[in-house]
Write a protein of this length. Sequence first.
Length: 567
Amino acid sequence: MPGSSRLPVSLRNTLAAQNIKQHRGELLALNLDVVRNIVFILFLLRWVRKTFLQLKGRGIIGTFADGYRTTCRIFYGIFLRLPGVRNKVQAQVAESILKLEQRLVPSGPGIERYRKLPVEGWSEDKVREELGKLSEMEHTRWEDGLVSGAVYHGGESLVKLQTEAFGKFTVANPIHPDVFPGVRKMEAEVVAMVLSLFNAPDGAAGVSTSGGTESILMACLSARQKAYTERGVTEPEMILPKTAHTAFHKACSYFKIKLHLVPCPAPSYKVHTPSVSRLINSNTILLVGSAPNFPHGIIDDIAALSRLAIKHTIPLHVDCCLGSFLVPFLAKAGFDADPFDFTLPGVTSISCDTHKYGFAPKGSSTVLYRTHALRRHQYFVSPSWSGGVYASPSIAGSRPGALIAACWASLMAQGEAGYIASCHAIVGAARKIETALRTDTVLAGALYVLGRPQVSVLAFSSREIDIYDVADAMSARGWHLNALQAPAAVHVAVTLPMVGAVERLVADLVAVVEEVREEERKRVAEGRGRKGAKGDVAALYGVAGSLPHKGVVVDLACGFLDTLYKV
C-alpha cells in the first residue's frame, strides 16, 4: 500500500485542504496576471492609438513643434513663478490694472456712487435726469462712425420702433407661451425668416438665443450629444480654423471637447482643408467654418469642408454670426458670393446674429439646424423635478420677450429690400477702404490687406512700420479699431454709421502712417532705435505676442473683467 494510505484521515483532509488552497491561490494569481496583462495591453493600445492619431493629424514635424511649444510654455511658467520674478511681474500687472481702473471707472467731483438702494425711491424725473447724465458720459463717438463693429445701428427711426416694441412686451417671458402667445408667435417667425435666408430645406429647425456665443455653444452641444447618442463617443474632438471665433474655445472648455486648431495660411487666410482632413478620426464630432471669420473677414472654403463632412459623416457648422444679414444678400447687392449655407449638403448647422447686421437690439441671435433631430440634441428636459416637468430649448430659462418683439419688429421694418440696400452700402464702403489700402501711394507702400475679404470686415498689417503704433495713433484721433495678433494686424468692421466716415478713416490712416514713419526715422537718426515708448495697444499685444506662456496676459484680462464691476 502507498505510504499516504497509512496517514490518518484528519491529516489527509488537512493536506487536501492545503492543496486546494494552494491551487486556488495559484489560479487567483494566474487570473490576476491575466487581468493585469489585459489592462496593460489596453493601456498600451490606447496610447498607441493616441500617438497614431497625433502623428496622422499633425505629422512628425508638427508633433515635435507642439511638444517644443508645450515645453517652452511649461518652463517659462516655472520661471514666472520664481520668487523674485513673480513679485516683479505681479507689481507690473497691478500697476497696469490700476491704470485701467483709472481710465474705466469714473472719478472726480460730481461723480456719485450708488452702492445701496435709496431709502426712498427716486422720482421719475430724478431717474430720467441721472439716465441722461449716464448716456452723456465721455465715450468713443460711435454716432460719428468712429467705432469698428460694436454698434450695428439701423437708424434712429428703427431705434424708436424697437423702443415701442420693447415697451409693449417689457414683462413678457417666452417660458410662459400661454401667458404671452404673441411672443411665442414672433419668436417662431423670426427663426423661420432666418432659416429662409439660408436656404434651409424642409424639416429644418432653429432656436433663438441671447447672442452669437450662445448660438455657437448650442451647436457644439448638439454635435457632442449626437455623437454620444448615436456613436457612443465619450472623448469628443472638434476641428476648427485658428481664425474661428473664440466662442468655440469656450464651448470646448464648458463641454469637455478636445480642440484641434487648423492653420489659415497666407495668402488666402482660409482654413487649410488638407490639415482638417488629416485630423478627422472616430472621435471627431464637428467641423467648423466661418462666413466670414472675425479677425480678417475671410470666408472659409465651406464647399470643401462640406465634402469632407459628407465623406466622413460628420456634422459641419458654419459660423455666420458676423456675416448675418449681409452674406445672404451679397449676390442680390451685386457682389461675388460663394456657396456657404444649407445649399451645400454637408452643412448641418449655422449660427446667425440678428443683433448685428440684422439691426435688432443686442441680445438676439439664432442657431439653425438642417433637421429637427439635430435641434433636439441641444434641448434640456428634466422629467422628474419636484417642481414639475422642466424643459428648456437653450441655456437660459427665463428670457426677455421684449427683445424678441424688438427683433421681430426690426426684421419686419427692414424687409428684404432694406437689407439689400444696407448690404450694398456697408460692403461697398469696406471695398472703398480695401481699394485705398491697395492703391493709395502712402498706404500701399506701408500697409497690406490680409487675404481677399468679401464682406464688411477687413484686416491690414505692415512689414515696414509697427502696426500697433498705427492702432495707438488712430485711437488718439478718436477711432476705436480692433488690434489682432498672430499675425499682428488691425481690423475694421464697417457698420452703417461708419459708411459716412470712410473718407475720414482713409485720410486719418494716411496721416498716421506718415507720422509713424517720420517718428521711426527720427529715432533711428538719433540712435535711439526704431522702437519708442509704447501706447496701450502696442504694449499689450507686444507683450502678448512675445511670451510663450500667457499667464501674464490672463492676469491682465482677469483684472480687466474685475474692473468692469468696480463701482
